[in-house]
Design a protein around this ligand. Structure first.
Ligand code: DGL
Length: 278
């Protein structure tokens, strides 16, 4: 099966890693929207346009599913367009929440996210729809995305910044959701900052959810392309993306440039049904 996945940068590789471990036969078309990283500074309207352009590209690439490998777009864009999905769309927020609710002992759930996701209140709202009594703390961690994009995942600076952001959550929670797909690359630092907490990377429950969905719907998860191939796109010249694709996913690929200025945004009403071909 060929699927599309995107993020503002390399964050989505943390989502693909467990997915490809579970389903090695998937072919991925990955878009790193490096011309617009970080997504945190964008308004919901700007994000809608950018992501609908990426979705137009996926539609034209004939992908059979799309993974929003990004919490910001899963929070601010996916809910409005989900009813119009042209293939199954998967966000990263719901699977992490489900897992957190099964793990927490009820003390509290923390969310580490970028500013715009944290401020949107999406995690709190979705958790309280399922369990209105659990305390939820959405912690904005503004500096971390650019740190990860620069490859600074094991510097003393990274440890001290994560520690600073996690301080307000100390003693208040027993479970932390990594609510930004760049943050699993700093998982060790989060675990060290909150040693008594379960730290959840939503990519793992997402991979399970993805497999279950296609098994339940008799979808064919095997790649129809032989040999199976992946495609890597960036929206601005960003050599570090290739480096990280190799480091995280073992991909030895040259990234192609995708010029979003030449793509018209997909209009949700345009194609509103999908078929899973087997
Ligand atoms: N990695 C994305 C997320 O999960 C976007 C981070 C950003 O560009 O601010 O939210």
């Amino acid at each position: 099966m060929k699927i599309g996945a995107f993020d503002s940068g390399i964050g989505g590789f943390s989502v693909l890693q467990p997915l490809l471990r579970e389903i090695p036969d998937l072919s991925i078309v990955y878009v790193a929207d490096t011309a617009h990283v970080p997504y945190s500074g964008k308004t919901p309207e700007e994000l809608q346009i950018l992501i609908r352009k990426i979705l137009r590209f996926f539609l034209d690439s004939k992908v059979e599913a799309v993974i929003f490998a990004c919490n910001t777009s899963s929070a601010l864009v996916l809910p409005q367009i989900l009813p119009y999905s042209f293939v199954p769309f998967f966000g990263v927020i719901e699977p992490g929440i489900q897992m957190a609710l099964t793990i927490t002992k009820g003390k509290g759930i923390g969310i580490a996210a970028n500013e715009v996701t944290a401020k949107s209140g999406t995690f709190k709202k979705m958790i309280h729809e399922k369990n209105p009594t659990i305390p939820v703390f959405e912690q904005s961690c503004p500096e971390l995305v650019s740190l990860v994009e620069k490859g600074e995942t094991s510097s003393p600076k990274a440890s001290s910044i994560v520690k600073k952001y996690m301080e307000p959550l100390q003693g208040k929670i027993d479970t932390l959701i990594l609510g930004c797909t760049h943050f699993p690359f700093l998982r060790k630092q989060f675990e060290e900052s909150l040693p008594d907490c379960a730290v959840i990377d939503p990519a793992y429950p997402l991979a399970q959810h993805f497999m279950k969905y296609f098994n339940d719907h008799q979808g064919d998860l095997n790649s129809k392309e032989s040999p199976k191939k992946h495609d890597l796109f960036t929206t601005a010249q960003s050599p570090h993306v290739e480096e990280w694709a190799k480091k995280v996913l073992g991909w030895d690929l040259t990234a192609k440039l995708l010029d979003l200025t030449r793509i018209n945004p997909w209009v949700p009403e345009e194609v509103s049904s999908y078929e899973i071909t087997s």
